[in-house]
Design a protein. Structure first.
Length: 167
């Protein structure tokens, strides 16, 4: 059995069965809060920066529609204040809209290619922390399945019986 996974699931509620116009209305209602979210630089190096991505803000422009507010655009705006000729950062990886965490951005395409190679070769160690309500049973474990874009609902993913990408 496959289950469709929506990018808009939050607090245990699923928006996947809502009509698109209701999803867009809810997203517009959340937009003012996103403008208040801060993107702080945690580490600035010659070839890359690490920023603290807040939950509620896209890392990169979305698949469904783009509202002009992403971590990439905010960081580029910060860079332009210091250097009017600054080139936009390049996303090395991304985090889901509702996920907070460290985001690695390259200062140019060559740095991005090198860093992406490190991710692809699994030289980068990533740690995820989930905060939950209640006591999960078992207290620890691993969940693995495959996901693929849902062609019927752009911007959403689903778990196919065959194919897809392991996650």
């Amino acid at each position: 059995m496959s289950r469709r996974i929506s990018a808009y699931e939050s607090a245990g509620d699923s928006w996947e069965d809502l009509p698109d116009d209701e999803i867009e209305e809810a997203e517009r209602a959340l937009a003012p809060r996103r403008r208040d979210l801060r993107v702080d630089t945690l580490l600035a190096a010659e070839r890359f920066v690490v920023v603290a991505k807040p939950a509620g803000l896209l890392s990169v422009p979305g698949r469904r529609r783009h509202d002009g507010d992403t971590v990439l655009e905010r960081v580029h705006e910060q860079w332009l204040r210091d250097d009017p000729e600054a080139t936009p950062p390049v996303s090395v990886h991304r985090l889901d809209r509702d996920t907070s965490g460290c985001l690695l951005l390259a200062r140019d395409r060559e740095a991005a290619r090198d860093l992406m190679t490190s991710f692809r070769l699994r030289l980068v160690e990533k740690t995820y922390l989930a905060i939950v309500t209640g006591a999960p049973h078992p207290p620890e474990g691993e969940i693995t399945f495959r996901i693929a874009p849902d062609r019927r609902r752009p911007g959403t993913m689903w778990t196919p019986r065959k194919g897809g990408k392991p996650c």
